[in-house]
Design a protein around this ligand. Sequence first.
Ligand SMILES: *Cc1c(COP(=O)(O)O)cnc(C)c1O
Length: 371
Amino acid sequence: MSSTARIPFNDLSRGMTRDRDALLEATAAVIDSGYAIHGAQHAAFEEELAAYLGAGDVVGVASGTDALELAIKAVMPVGRDTVVTAGNAGAYTSTAAVRAGFTPRYADVDPDTLCLTAETVRDRLDERVGVVVVTHLYGYIGDVASLRALCDERGIALVEDCAQAIGAQRDGRSAGTFGHAATISFYPTKNLGAIGDGGAVVAESAETAELLRRLRQYGWETKYRATLAGGTNSRLDELQAAFLRIRLRFIDDLNARRREIVARYREAASGLDPKLLTLLPAEGQEHVAHLAVARSSRREDVRTALSAAGIPTDIHFPNPDWTQPAFARFSPDVELPATLAACSEVLSLPLFPELTDGEVDQICAAIEALR
Ligand SMILES: *Cc1c(COP(=O)(O)O)cnc(C)c1O
């Protein structure tokens, strides 16, 4: 490969090729079973994911966004209507909160980790707030136990958005087991990716799990008997469940490879002016390196230089939620400096476990050459 060959930002075909035989076998098993939805594969996947996480219950749904919507509905205390969340996490929670019929409210993020903490959330809480959604952004789980304690004091439910953080652990506990509920996405580029859409909600209590099972199926208590308003059709299909069971077996290896690649980028950037490029750390069990994110005060220059060296970059995420027309009416005058700074400085380098060592070398060389 020449040193200027263009590297893909992501390439799903590599993982599909690697897993091809197992995926085809799983496809045949689903076809032979005659089940398209909610069959043996789905039941086994829910159980295996719960066991992997050390969680009470897992409820499969159709996407990470559905997972958020249904989780918020399931845990929102009666009489409350506001969901506190971060404004730098792609607006998935805002979308879900509005669909659930509630009002998003934004709290600032910690300037180092770019995630909500008990400190950043505390003065955004009042008697209207019923749910706090903490996004484990880029794969990092912070001190969620303190956030949970704060929520418990105020009668507020905590939802963890683990779309980017499956497999992360803090103090020996998996992301997804600290909240009253937690949500996961199996969008194909996520750390545990399906070949299509998929999602799941982790439920702390059997009651929440039961509510979620009704919400995901038209609000039915039993077939054709709808007892719960706000239900919908949101199912994880049999094929996706079968594919996910295969990849769940080696998710820890995939996550380790992601961390290894970010460590290489960090090393490559260590000689640069930190203002030009600083890679956020993605180290240890607390981080599963969903994205390789850097900060730069000269983001456009850096992106241009990297692009010229064959390295595509992206921005996760450029627009704070409250600045977007769809959500502006909920929080027009909010001032969240750490969020604004992050949105104007972050950029993401290519990161997926199937990047070759040669490609990682090329990216590192391009980082070292930045001026
Ligand atoms: C991808 C993602 C979602 C949404 O998941 P979908 O399956 O695409 O609906 C939600 N939250 C975060 C943080 C994400 O990265």
